[in-house]
Design a protein around this ligand. Structure first.
Ligand SMILES: Nc1nc2c(c(=O)[nH]1)N[C@H]1C(S)=C(S)[C@@H](COP(=O)(O)O)O[C@H]1N2
Ligand SMILES: [Mo]
Length: 445
């Protein structure tokens, strides 16, 4: 069966699945799926027969059930995405095959440096032929607009005229986590795996801009690329985004030509892309051909309207927000993943160590906590310093479970401005910036 058909099947299964039920009405879903919910308890914890049914479904008694909020889908049941294989990728979940979009299950993101085979893919259009053939003959990068001297650089010029740097950098799609939105938001239904932390090699964005001479009038960059529009219309661009000039001049923003020591793979932007780490992945423009400095905020495709934008103020789920009240997303928020084990695992003894990564956009992560009792109490995890700014950071914790049964591990990172990951989703119309805590299921005994 073609990927496309498989994908449709998994989607319809997902749509009619437990997630949808819980999105409609969590308390009712508890009743439907698990039977009775206690109403004598003000917080509505699942009790008696309902709790026994849930225990049977998750494969064990739930020692901390008295702390488990009603209307919470057990993490053991919430993972309902099937895996499909695409060439050069290892165990990624394919959301779409045209354009190709695939995310990485959290437990396959355990490496400190994400291998090419496990880096998520987000394409808005068609991969250019030059990339498919891995042939940069004739490719050039033009730098123009609000500069003193427009430049046209070959790949050799880029490699020879500027210092080369290698950095481990987080790239996360602005829509990562969208699948959990209620009401749902249109777009790729990413769960948690549209994040990667590869080692990128290239030149500093600012060195290239300095060679062209940045005029005082420059306020924003505009990135233009070689990928084709899905309509096949050569006059249309799938995406052309940019960043404020300050982000381009930041020393960790790169014009990269290698990913983990190899030429950038076709689907990740061969031969050259920008990496604007810590910002929505869409600012890391693949198959780059031209950087234009502009004296206004760039208005290319996916810069305007509601694309990669959120309301300037918090809104209740489902609110219609006028376009003029949206702002462009800049830094991504603090977030973390549990990567040392797959959700739904079983362990024999009550002791285990757990680890993963945490990151915080432009900021650093300052603390990491883990809970095994549905957030009632927290254990401080060990947190490593990043190898360089804008890399994710490894955290680890030793856990001791008080007895046999079903548990959830919840992970919560705090950034250096003391902003913490929330439990709830900060809803917005287009499904961006969901940094709610990662939860996995584990059964002891
Ligand atoms: N030219 C071009 N660049 C692009 C895109 C694209 O479709 N075309 N997608 C963007 C988006 S939305 C994301 S999240 C990242 C994903 O990078 P990756 O596929 O290497 O993970 O690339 C960005 N750069
Ligand atoms: Mo994205």
């Amino acid at each position: 069966m073609a990927i496309h058909e498989d994908n449709k099947m998994s989607k319809s299964k997902l749509e009619r699945g437990i997630c949808e039920l819980y999105q409609d009405d969590p308390q009712k879903a508890d009743r439907l799926v698990f039977g009775r919910v206690s109403h004598t308890n003000r917080r509505g914890f699942l009790k008696g027969a309902g709790l026994a049914t849930m225990g049977a479904l998750v494969g064990g008694t739930i020692p901390h059930a008295d702390k488990m909020p009603s209307g919470l889908i057990p993490a053991a049941l919430a993972d309902d995405l099937s895996d499909f294989v695409i060439k050069g990728k290892d165990g990624l979940s394919v959301l779409n095959d045209r354009p190709v979009n695939a995310e990485t299950p959290a437990h396959l993101l355990d490496d400190d440096v994400t291998p090419n085979s496990r880096h998520f893919v987000r394409n808005n259009g068609i991969v250019p032929e030059m990339a498919t053939n891995m042939d940069a003959t004739g490719w050039t990068l033009t730098v123009d607009g609000e500069v003193d001297t427009p430049l046209t650089l070959t790949l050799d010029d880029l490699k020879n005229r500027f210092d080369t740097v290698s950095l481990k950098l987080q790239v996360e799609c602005g829509g990562n986590g969208r699948a959990a939105f209620n009401p749902p938001a249109k777009g790729n239904q990413w769960t948690v795996g549209a994040i990667g932390n590869a080692e990128w090699t290239g030149v500093r964005y600012r060195d290239v801009l300095a060679a062209a001479g940045v005029r005082d009038s420059a306020v924003y960059t505009a990135h233009y690329s070689a990928d084709g529009h899905l309509s096949g219309d050569p006059g249309k661009l799938p995406i052309s985004r940019g960043v404020p000039i300050g982000k381009a001049l930041e020393e960790h923003s790169l014009i990269a030509f290698a990913m983990n020591g190899e030429p950038i793979p076709a689907m990740h932007g061969f031969p050259v892309r920008t990496i604007c780490p810590g910002w929505p992945g869409s600012t890391s423009q693949k198959w780059l051909k031209r950087i234009q400095l502009r004296d206004v905020v760039h208005d290319g495709p996916k810069m305007t309207g509601k694309a990669y934008r959120v309301p300037k103020y918090n809104v209740a789920p489902g609110t219609k927000v006028p376009e003029e009240d949206f702002r462009i997303i800049e830094s991504m928020p603090v977030k973390s993943l549990i990567t040392s084990m797959e959700s739904g695992g079983r362990i024999d003894s009550g002791r285990m160590s757990v680890s993963g990564h945490a990151w915080a956009g432009d900021r650093a992560v300052s603390a990491m906590h883990v809970s095994i009792d549905f957030g009632a109490s927290w254990i401080q995890a060990d947190l490593q310093a990043p190898p360089n700014p804008y890399s994710w950071q490894r955290w680890s914790a030793a856990l001791e479970f008080p007895g046999k049964g079903y548990y959830e591990i919840w992970a919560r990172a705090t950034d250096d401005a003391l902003t913490m990951q929330p439990f709830a989703i900060n809803w917005n119309p287009k499904g961006y910036l969901n940094n709610s805590m990662h939860r996995i299921a584990v059964t002891v005994g």
